[in-house]
Write a protein that binds this ligand. Structure first.
Ligand code: UDP
Length: 324
């Protein structure tokens, strides 16, 4: 297949590019690198099936050659990123999604939208099934992301209904793994960085809020299965194993062997109190379920963070001027 991956330079997108290339697909990765990192796909430079285009999908999405599927992942995704770039977040969820949909329709390609558990907002129904409509504050600080993704779902659904577009919607829950940016502000990357630096782990609120964390390899298997299907969704993709933020801090301390303390900070406005996916739809319709435990996933992620730090300090040493 020839697959266009928007946001392919990001954490999740770059793992998706890897998975598609591994099975022999051709991948055209489009990313403006506003929150993505060229390092994420540096190992793919020179791969005969891989093309990288640095472009903003809100401007236009013109792609030469055949296109069998478009996986639309482009968007800032961590709360600090979308708070920093509110207008860009709304633009990529709306105009960017429309450009990606237009490309898919013009080429009669499969279109998979990476939507989010954030469409459920601060859910009053727990755990979350796909038929729950959510509880989003449309003028709150998270609305730029939540409403952009809700609009993207509405737009994709309208394309399916009116243009018979082959659209599939995935609602992706919290995902972690190698290639998270140490300073992206998300809880897993932040706790690991703090633990490795011997700094206190910053817990927002009392840490009783919950999230359900899915390892990136599991999640990517689900996206690939959705690309290969003709299912409309929406389908939840996530690991239903729910943890409080306090529990996560303990798990990270265990995985790093760190003795970092805890530092409590105010809970951000509209921070969802709980989140856990019901994944029976994905299980029945895609045959998908997560397999990696949080202990194993954190071990892999911590290993990657450690290797990156080792590499960075080796590069710093190599750059030091040599005195003769
Ligand atoms: N969080 C925290 N400390 C941090 C970063 C985040 O306690 O240093 C909390 C945050 O308030 C939220 C949870 O961890 O309740 C998950 O936050 P994240 O930004 O990873 O994702 P999201 O809120 O979008 O699920």
């Amino acid at each position: 297949m020839h697959v266009v991956v928007t946001g392919g330079g990001g954490f999740l997108g770059s793992h998706l590019c890897d998975a598609l290339l591994r099975r022999g697909d051709h991948v055209l990765c489009v990313d403006d690198l506003s929150t993505g990192d060229p390092e994420n796909t540096a190992h793919l430079a020179g791969h005969p099936g891989f093309t990288f285009v640095q472009a903003d999908v809100t401007a236009a999405l013109e792609v030469p050659g055949p296109v069998d599927a478009v996986a639309h992942l482009a968007s800032p995704a961590s709360p600090p990123d979308y708070h920093r770039r509110p207008l860009a977040t709304l633009a990529v969820g709306s105009r960017g999604t429309e450009n990606a949909l237009r490309l898919a329709v013009a080429r009669r390609a499969r279109f998979v939208l990476a939507s989010t558990s954030e469409v459920y907002g601060d859910p009053v129904v727990h755990p979350q099934r796909e038929d729950y409509w959510g509880n989003v504050n449309p003028v709150g600080p998270r609305s730029v992301y939540d409403e952009a993704k809700r609009f993207a779902e509405a737009l994709s659904t309208a394309y399916r209904r009116t243009l018979d577009a082959d659209v599939g919607i995935l609602r992706i829950f919290n995902t972690y793994g190698p290639r998270m940016r140490p300073h992206d502000g998300r809880v897993v990357s932040t706790f690991i960085r703090q633990a490795l630096d011997g700094e206190p782990l910053t817990i927002y609120g009392d840490g009783s809020q919950t999230r359900s964390f899915c390892y990136v390899d599991d999640l990517v298997r689900g996206i690939v299965a959705m690309i290969d299907s003709d299912l409309p969704g929406p389908l939840n993709l996530g690991n239903p194993s729910e943890r409080t933020v306090r529990e996560l801090a303990e798990l990270v301390r265990g995985a790093t062997g760190s003795e970092s303390g805890l530092e409590f900070r105010p809970l951000p406005v509209d921070d969802p109190t709980r989140r856990r996916p019901v994944i029976t739809r994905a299980q029945h319709q895609l045959g998908w379920f997560p397999q990696v435990t949080i202990e194993e996933g954190l071990r892999q992620t911590v290993g990657w963070f450690r290797s990156r730090r080792g590499q960075a300090s080796a590069e710093r040493t190599a750059r030091k001027p040599v005195r003769c």
